[in-house]
Write a protein that binds this ligand. Sequence first.
Ligand code: DLL
Length: 432
Amino acid sequence: MGNYFQPEIETMQRDDIKKHQLDKLRWQVKRVYENVPMYKERMDDAGVKPKDIKSLSDISKLPFTTKQDLRDYYPFQLLAVHKRDIVRIHASSGTTGKQVVAGYTRKDLEMWSDAFARMLVATGGDTKSIVQVAYGYGLFTGGLGAHQGAERLGAMVVPISSGNTERQIRFMCDLGSTHLCCTPSYAMYLGETVKEMGVKNQLKLKAGIFGAEPWTEEMRKKIEEALGIKAYDIYGLTEIMGPGVAYECEYQNGMHICEDMVIAEIIDPDTGETLPEGSFGELVLTTIAKEGQPMMRYRTRDLCQLNYEPCACGRTHVRMMKPAGRTDDMLIIRGVNVFPSQIEEVLLRNSIEVSPNYQIVVDRVNNTDTFDINVELSPRFTGDVEAEKHKLQVQLRSALGIGAKVHLLRPKSIERSEGKAKRVIDNRNLRD
Ligand code: DLL
């Protein structure tokens, strides 16, 4: 059994969770119907009134909300409270179009802090912990989200933000940081630099809280080894709540979704149909406790599976398994669906020869897609480059069902990321 920050919530019985969710859902539906014109209009069009939500399954009567809605109603038209009650704004990174913003009331921030504090405790954190926050601060939810959660717990926060890698590591050694919060790709980079600086034995780190981008089990092993820690996954998104929507416990087998704050569903991304328990599909989240900018059936575009089996840690909240990617991350190359995580798995299997620093370059030449993968050789590599290239190409073809051209580059030739890594360069859009 684990340590909990809010045991009365984290170990609630399923019937009580369901009852709580239905009460909060009804409260939220009524609020958005009365206060947010978009929701009223959509519900009227669908012929649903707040009183029609009588059971949890009635949630499927409600229309979906999408990222496009956040763009169309930018910046404040989806608020369910007066603007003066909003105490903070966050925005998504805006790599896929116009920025979207999310407004939080004071109570929303408190709830979000609780969620992150739950995670810290699940990873062995307490008031004696020293939490180095190396997520970027600012509009991105990573920095401030981790910061306020660590303060809520009463830990010591080191608000260093991302970047400045050597200084970051010196601080880690000098202050004796016990928890590191950053993206997994930055954790890899920090691990590499710790090795170069030869200071691994000076670290006091116990746990890392890594999220904001997809990462594989193989990458977890690499990070754990490089930093001598246990690496935990954390999930969140600006539109719902930053880091803490879901978090791993000591069993590192799926992330417990804060079901007192959100209702999770899995749908078929093509038809929008709700899928039965245990199915793989798109995660849809409804915020049932958030006041400022509630999201009703928000389509996250993240593909995953929910696990309702009891967890050995004693937490009863459903677990989301590692997202396999996003519906919009998926590349369609010569008609074949390719997720960057599939490529990462192959590279990490060959981690003696190559490093997991890679970039996928897709282009279109004479109406045919080209597919190149740039990969760094490991500094330890001493073998034959051509033979290595051939081996990787064979393994990639078998994993992806499509051939890619592999280019092996010198160590350190691909730019390191301090935030979310940019793995894909798709030049086809430029030519359409
Ligand atoms: O990335 C919030 C966050 C910050 C989460 C720090 C965890 C740690 P956005 O910038 O809005 O918010 O991006 C949200 O990132 O829809 C997923 O596609 C992806 N993502 C977030 N966490 C994970 C994760 C933050 N653990 C989008 N695994 C989401 C895989 C993740 N993908």
